[in-house]
Design a protein around this ligand. Structure first.
Ligand code: FPP
Length: 269
């Protein structure tokens, strides 16, 4: 692998710098989405309760967020809590995750500000506990003037619910703007009514713990994303693994349904 001659951003550790040196800074993804998976298996391997895996997962969040910000990724979205998690996991685990999120937000706001990171959320926030919603609003407002990376946490999120909410939102907007006969639906209109209207579509989606599923995450937005699956369990994931995912992304040729370069060339005379 050749080493590209460019400056390594400050703050990267030795291992991260080694991987970064092989990246092309002009072709970094503009938006990376991550399905954080494997907390339960990480805990089980250590004969610990599942929640110990979630607790350990916070260090992985911290490292990944800081590294992404240091290399100037414009947007990072983390799938922290799905609508299905809420319905299918024991109440004690859900309560633990809510407390963990609240504590993370309180502890992390100064670091987010130091790294110029703006916090956003996607998902049905109004269904979360009131105190968690208040902490979320506080954290968002505390980082609202930051101009660097946008960190979006998917909380109580489901891509299908997001689409349902987008269609409802389009109908409401049409009703308020002259009536349903003025409703115009195209791809841009759908995108403008999604929770992710503040973001470009992800170029890269990372999933940890080896599972090959999208699990109802950003189904519309991931239409052309490159998929990178690593066997690393989420609590073991660090910034260096994110950089490895980006290295893999840069090896791929993105075609958006078109031809690759050699296929596109006219035949030799
Ligand atoms: C999936 O692992 C992970 C979750 C459902 C929760 C993700 C939460 C964190 C990473 C920690 C807190 C996050 C923030 C933003 C503070 P799993 O339990 O499904 O693992 P398994 O598939 O091995 O059982």
């Amino acid at each position: 692998m050749s080493t590209l001659q460019h400056k390594v951003p400050s703050g990267l550790d030795h291992k991260e710098s080694e991987v970064y040196r092989h990246l092309d800074p002009a072709r970094l993804p503009k938006h990376i989405a991550i399905i954080m998976d494997g907390n339960g298996r990480w805990a089980k391997r250590r004969h610990l309760p599942r929640v110990a895996g979630h607790r350990a997962g916070v260090a992985a969040v911290r490292s990944t967020v800081e590294t992404a910000a240091r290399i100037h990724i414009p947007a990072l979205t983390l799938y922290a809590f799905s609508e299905e998690n809420w319905k299918k996991r024991p109440k004690s685990e859900v309560d633990f995750l809510m407390r963990l999120l609240s504590r993370y937000l309180k502890a992390e706001v100064p670091t987010l500000n130091k790294n110029n990171i703006r916090l956003e959320y996607i998902g049905r926030q109004h269904e979360l506990p009131q105190d968690v919603q208040e902490r979320m609003s506080w954290a968002r407002e505390s980082t609202a003037s930051n101009t660097g990376m946008v960190l979006t946490l998917a909380l109580n999120y489901s891509a299908r619910s997001e689409l349902v909410d987008a269609f409802r939102s389009m109908l409401t907007a049409a009703a308020q703007n002259g009536g349903i006969e003025h409703l115009r639906i195209d791809e841009d209109a759908v995108s403008r009514h999604l929770y992710t209207r503040h973001l470009p579509d992800p170029d890269l989606v990372v999933r940890t713990s080896g599972e090959m599923r999208l699990s109802n995450f950003l189904l519309w937005q991931l239409a052309y994303a490159e998929i990178y699956v690593t066997s690393t369990l989420w609590p073991d994931f660090r910034g260096v693994h994110l950089l490895e995912g980006i290295a893999e992304y840069q090896k791929r040729e993105r075609r958006y349904g078109g031809l690759n370069h050699s296929e596109g060339r006219p035949p030799n005379p």
